[in-house]
Design a protein around this ligand. Sequence first.
Ligand code: ZN
Length: 236
Amino acid sequence: MTTFHQIAIKCPHCGTLMRDFELMSHTVHTSTTYSDGLCEDGVSKIKDISICTNCSQAFWREDAKLSKELDYEAMEELEGALDMMDLPWRLDDDRQEKKILFYKDLLENDFADNDMKEIYLRTRLWWSINDLVRHLSRWHQARNLKHLRFILKHRKENMKLFKKYEELLKENLNRLIFLYIKKGEVDLLYLADMYREKSDFNKAMEILLKVEQKGGVYNQMKHKIRRKNKRVFQLN
Ligand SMILES: [Zn+2]
């Protein structure tokens, strides 16, 4: 069961008070997990970054918590804080690119003031670039000729976009690998995937071979590294 708790937060930029939600408990029923760590479980409302209703600037929710709780009536009068899905570009045709640039800009503007926040942003940047190729339909999924043409066109466009951001993906992974190792508690399968996705297949294999529990994901990863396949994939 997923339960939310209402909290009041204060924009660190302009001081506006807003309402937001905090996740209290969460049980995953069905989820799809990918090699880059993204887990799709339908709880998309949980964000660590909120956007101010007044000044439209992004802020970390943990930096915006009030020291004391407001009473129910005061809370009801507040507007709900926004998140990335409320930004005006969410329905634009190029929203996938805008999402990539949203995280890229935050990183360039030193929005993250510690390693954990930087890891958070770099992971989101990584996911948003991978999103370009994460859900691509395959030709055999086509229902008819028209649908087939649509799938092929969509694949081609997204592959082209993915290429455009490939260099950014690599740069981002270089820094993410550094921060991830520095943090400690390294998941070797996850680290191997980071090297695989930046096309460093030798290093990816070297790390993979250190994994002690060799299960299904290990075999999947080994297969991908051997075939020099650097694309994000769904874990079985
Ligand atoms: Zn504000």
